[in-house]
Design a binder for this molecule. Structure first.
Ligand SMILES: CC(C)(COP(=O)(O)OP(=O)(O)OC[C@H]1O[C@@H](n2cnc3c(N)ncnc32)[C@H](O)[C@@H]1OP(=O)(O)O)[C@@H](O)C(=O)NCCC(=O)NCCS
Length: 181
């Protein structure tokens, strides 16, 4: 385990300033898991289990979970990522149904991409169901491009995964010199 690769949320890399007043992004902790699971179960036909999220939260140094808090919601959205060398792998992202369509997903992912870039990540990737047009629109808006597909990758229902990449992550001001660890 390499503690140096843990992504902080409170480092002075200029990423919190991008959020509206009263909003924050924090590391996902055990007390957040009830909310995270409720959002997960409202969002996916094959939801991750509590044990899967616990494994992510405990896998310090490789996987990182983040929750976006607003004045109205202790968890309005979450995402989990892996950092592999200079790449961010976005494994899971979902917004509370009541909070969708207002920029929450975009702000959380922009935050996490800038946080990773500030610590040396250069590119980011994820997979998405071919039919998930809302997510595809979000990723396109963030600068991801389709790079390939995995046939019948998902179950319930069976569907292809599209593989997306975003190159040349933008580094937040003041983070020059940070390198991937
Ligand atoms: C996909 C998801 C994360 C988007 O979050 P969100 O907070 O609703 O998205 P935002 O409001 O930040 O929208 C970002 C962009 O995506 C587009 N978008 C969001 N929802 C959309 C929808 N239902 N249809 C079309 N476009 C949509 C918006 O137009 C917006 O672009 P714009 O800023 O240029 O207008 C959310 O719908 C969700 O949690 N879905 C269920 C879980 C899921 O599918 N996760 C992705 C798995 S890969």
């Amino acid at each position: 385990m390499d503690e140096n690769r843990r992504l902080p949320t409170r480092e002075p890399v200029g990423v919190h300033e991008s959020l509206p007043p009263g909003w924050s992004v924090d590391t996902m902790e055990a007390p957040d898991l009830d909310d995270v699971l409720a959002i997960e179960e409202a969002s996916f036909t094959n939801p991750w289990t509590r044990q899967m999220f616990q494994a992510e939260v405990q896998n310090v140094g490789i996987s990182y979970g983040y929750v976006l808090r607003t004045p109205g919601w202790s968890v309005a959205a979450f995402c989990t990522i892996w950092v592999v060398l200079d790449e961010i792998h976005i494994n899971n992202v979902a917004v509370r149904p009541e909070c969708r369509g207002g920029g929450v997903g975009r702000m959380l992912l922009e935050f996490v991409l800038r946080l990773g870039a500030g610590l040396g990540a250069r590119r980011a990737t994820l997979e998405v169901r071919r039919s998930n047009l809302a997510a595809l629109k979000l990723y396109e808006r963030l600068g991801f491009a389709i790079a390939g597909a995995r046939k019948n990758y998902y179950a319930n229902p069976v569907e292809d995964a599209l593989i997306l990449w975003k190159e040349s992550l933008e580094r937040p001001p003041g983070s020059e010199g940070a390198g991937a660890t």
